[in-house]
Design a protein around this ligand. Structure first.
Ligand SMILES: Cc1cc2nc3c(=O)[nH]c(=O)nc-3n(C[C@H](O)[C@H](O)[C@H](O)COP(=O)(O)OP(=O)(O)OC[C@H]3O[C@@H](n4cnc5c(N)ncnc54)[C@H](O)[C@@H]3O)c2cc1C
Length: 427
């Protein structure tokens, strides 16, 4: 006897914010669907972040329209509050989420529409599949990392990705090199230095918006200036990281302040050899470009205030700059790891996606998803949550909600064609 195969109109893979947003819109359109999640709802927020992480945007902004965070709307919810928020959301919209089920393979049916979905709990047939498996799936450590580090106890190095950093006490005694100065690297370096560690922070290209300016958070500014909705990154800036922080009530990331605080800033990490690490001579340039990005946002905000006659307090001190710390005026080009007492390296160097389970014709030759605003090249396949899926905000909480609406609308539109076909056949 063969096991009965469940059929469903739309299968959503992943119950992070992207999958939950998809479920909300599909539900509103009356599209029969199921969300499968291999772990728990909002798992990435639960365990894929360090203990002290708070949202990078304020509670009023980093949320779905249908539910507010409990507590201060200008505050920055902790990672577990964000996970709780999504669990509450699933209950509120009664999303059909099944947890603990992994999707292992999706293939296109031959000679009939839809897809065969192999899961850890059997096979499902779905007319549509939405891949909502996250923008940040597989931590990336660049190939320059020193090979096969020995255990710290043997005088070797502990190397971890920022996805596996939880708290300072997890690292062996000693100094730490943090590679990457986006929001993760900067916040982790700051936390470690405040916990009494000697920290070296390798700074590459970054954007550095002010936390707030003239009484408004940068999330508000990017919204009114249309930046969250920008459809394409400025050429050459697609992978430029953004350095912001909601930690300690929220503050502007200021590399000079970090330098004065005791963190040794260095340029891009270039290579490791014979126990030494080499840094590129680009620290001043990277910080200058970050400053230019910061000042451009102040200018755009001032201009917006002027044109719209807004009554927001002047903030000339936002343009004052601290003197360059010693590590900027005399940047280190290389470091003997042992002599510097470095026992850990934290790679805050980003992530890649893994769609090996999705075996359909919706990828570029290099493996990049092929889609338009989340609608896959293969009819019936959809993507959500990817960086720049339709706009700058696509991988963020508020952005994915709007992308999910577009994708759900597309599925509902397509359903009308197949309904017509089914009705015509039965006449
Ligand atoms: C350190 C950090 C801080 C961030 N801070 C913010 C912030 O403050 N504000 C903001 O808006 N955004 C923030 N983001 C960006 C983004 O909001 C998060 O990465 C968010 O988790 C993305 O949601 P998602 O649903 O797209 O993906 P995920 O949250 O990664 O969810 C994908 C889900 O799919 C499941 N899954 C994967 N493969 C399968 C499979 N084969 N079968 C079944 N289930 C599967 C996973 O278990 C996971 O639960 C941050 C990201 C990082 C890394």
């Amino acid at each position: 006897m063969t096991a009965e195969i469940q059929t469903i109109n739309t299968l959503v893979v992943g119950a992070g914010q992207a999958g939950i947003a998809a479920s909300e819109h599909l539900g509103q359109l009356g599209v029969e669907h199921l969300v499968l999640e291999r772990q728990r709802i909002a798992q990435a927020w639960r365990t894929g972040r360090w203990d002290s992480l708070v949202a990078n945007g304020p509670a009023w902004h980093d949320r779905f329209p249908g539910l507010e965070f409990k507590g201060d709307r200008d505050g920055f919810p902790g990672k577990d509050e964000v996970a709780d928020y999504f669990e509450d959301y699933v209950r509120q919209i009664k999303a059909p989420v099944r947890t603990g089920v992994e999707v292992r393979r999706v293939t296109r049916n031959q000679g009939r529409p839809g897809f065969t979905v192999e899961t850890s709990e059997g096979v499902i047939e779905a007319r549509n599949v939405i891949a909502a498996t996250g923008p940040f799936q597989v931590p990336v450590i660049p190939p320059i990392a020193p090979a096969a580090p020995a255990a710290p106890a043997d005088g070797g190095l502990l190397q971890i990705h920022s996805a596996h950093y939880h708290r300072p006490a997890q690292l062996p005694e000693g100094a730490v090199l943090v590679v990457g100065a986006g929001s993760s690297g900067v916040q982790i370096a700051d936390e470690l230095q405040r916990a009494g560690r000697k920290v070296f922070l390798s700074v590459g290209a970054h954007d550095r918006p002010p936390r707030a300016y003239r009484g408004r958070d940068f999330c508000w500014w990017l919204g009114v200036l249309g930046e969250w909705d920008a459809a394409i990154a400025k050429p050459g800036r697609e992978h430029v990281t953004i350095a912001v922080s909601g930690a300690r009530g929220g503050h502007t990331v200021d590399f000079r302040a970090l330098g004065h605080q005791g963190i040794t800033l260095v340029g891009l990490t270039e290579s490791f050899a014979d126990g030494r690490v080499l840094f590129r001579d680009d620290l001043a340039e990277n910080i200058a470009n970050g400053d230019a990005n910061y000042l451009a946002m102040l200018d755009a905000a001032d201009d917006y205030i002027r044109r719209n006659g807004l009554d927001l307090p002047e903030e000339p001190e936002a343009r004052r700059r601290l003197p360059d710390p010693e590590c900027m005026t005399h940047p280190l080009r290389e470091l003997d790891l042992a002599a510097a007492g470095i026992t850990s390296i934290i790679w805050a160097t980003g992530y890649r996606v893994d769609f090996s389970w999705l075996q359909v014709d919706s990828f570029e030759p290099g493996g990049k998803p092929r889609h338009h605003r989340g609608v896959g090249h293969e009819p019936g396949i959809y993507f959500l949550g990817l960086p720049w899926l339709s706009r700058r905000g696509s991988s963020f909480i508020w952005g994915v909600w709007h992308d999910a609406k577009f994708v759900a609308d597309h599925i509902a539109k397509q359903r009308r064609y197949s309904d017509y076909d089914a009705a015509a056949r039965s006449r």
